[in-house]
Ligand binder design. Structure first.
Ligand SMILES: [Zn+2]
Length: 379
């Protein structure tokens, strides 16, 4: 088995959606810098993501939309009809300098990942995971849908059965739109209930291949471990995929300003470790949400460590600490105004265990009875 490959890019460094947008914070560049400071990212394990050509995006996105997105970047403006029709130039999906190049780079990495995984392996692409993109419309900070593109690319390169697991705090609406009803693709989403985009109720099985688990605010590590052991792992084992795509959004931790879930980063790493241990021939791990520069950088660097089997030290060496101390969060919400010392000196959060609440146990029992959880997806 070859070593995991990290697909990154310098396009993410210094790119911002604007002074008050949640995506004004550095994310992928932090993971690259921290991983290098730890000695975890040798040149042989790193590859620069190619920017997808507009035509390559039209395997799922409409040519009209791709052209509108390119034009919006070039002109740094959109007309009212384009805003209404394609969701470009809105508060969530603003005009910003790299608004085509940056998502096209994330899409290019996802397309490349499918090809590189043809013979098997593990790829980490923290700039990916933009699960709210629709064929002809931007939404939820996403301009393109690189998870869907990765799945189509994996399929084109020979993976027949593909499982997609999404542990972002928000529902995978764009991915479900693209792949609901496909018996060769299993989609699992765990997301906060009563939160935007308000899709993905437990009853929504997407025609048989979707397992949606909305969870109440205050989700703890013990509950996430139960979700892993009673839902995610049994469904994956039963489905027996030849590729797994994990959308590992970092917005379900306590420190994130956009959700009310209260996981520690251990919950995410434990899921990554469990998926890796399944021994599926192809594993692609994407990023996703994550809006606190410290929690997202620490969580996603720990994902890379977990994929490689690196031990995470209790206290970071000086060079890594300097990366974290140099991060800036402009116009921070209250929780970011006085960063606690351990955001600079550690990667691992203290665990956040708790009781498994009855509604979570009941929902897991309910989903355990679904055919999809037992590997039976209707044609
Ligand atoms: Zn999210």
């Amino acid at each position: 088995m070859t070593s995991p490959l990290f697909l990154g890019s310098e396009i993410y460094r210094g790119s911002s959606y604007g002074g008050w947008h949640p995506l004004r914070v550095p994310r992928v560049s932090t993971v690259m810098d921290l991983s290098r400071a730890m000695g975890w990212l040798p040149a042989g394990q790193y590859r620069t993501s190619p920017r997808a050509k507009p035509k390559a995006l039209t395997i799922w996105h409409t040519p009209d939309y791709v052209a509108a997105l390119e034009r919006a970047e070039a002109e740094q403006a959109v007309t009212d009809p384009v805003r209404d029709r394609h969701g470009l130039g809105t508060n969530a999906n603003p005009i910003y300098p790299e608004m085509f190049r940056r998502p096209a780079t994330a899409a290019g990495a996802s397309l490349l990942a499918g090809e590189l995984l043809a013979q098997g392996g593990t790829i980490y692409h923290p700039g990916g995971g933009t699960h709210h993109g629709f064929p002809d419309r931007a939404g939820g900070f996403c301009y393109l849908n690189d998870p869907v593109l990765s799945i189509l690319s994996l399929r084109r390169a020979g993976a027949a059965r593909i499982a997609y697991v999404d542990i972002d705090a928000h529902h995978m609406d764009g991915v479900q739109h693209g792949l609901a009803g496909d018996p060769q693709t299993l989609l699992i989403s765990v997301h906060e209930e009563r939160r935007w985009p308000f899709t993905g109720p437990i009853e929504d099985d997407g025609g048989g291949n979707c397992l949606n688990l909305p969870v109440p605010r205050g989700l703890n590590d013990t509950e996430m471990a139960a979700i892993r052991d009673r839902l995610i792992l049994p469904a994956l084992v039963a489905f027996a995929p030849d590729a797994i795509v994990l959308q590992c959004g970092a917005d379900a931790v306590t420190e994130d300003p956009l959700s009310r879930l209260t996981l520690s980063n251990n919950a995410h790493w434990d899921i990554v470790a469990a998926l890796k241990a399944l021994g599926c021939p192809r594993l692609l791990v994407l990023g996703g949400g994550g809006y606190n520069p410290w929690s997202v950088g620490r969580l996603w660097t720990g994902v890379w460590a977990t994929l490689n089997g690196h031990e995470i030290p209790e206290r970071l060496p000086e060079a890594a600490e300097q990366v974290l101390r140099a991060l800036r969060w402009d116009n921070p919400p209250k929780l970011g105004r006085n960063p606690p010392e351990d955001w600079f000196t550690t990667l691992r959060d203290a665990p956040r265990p708790g009781p498994i609440r009855p509604e979570i146990a009941e929902r897991l029992a309910h989903l355990a009875l679904r055919p999809a959880t037992r590997g039976h997806i209707p044609e």
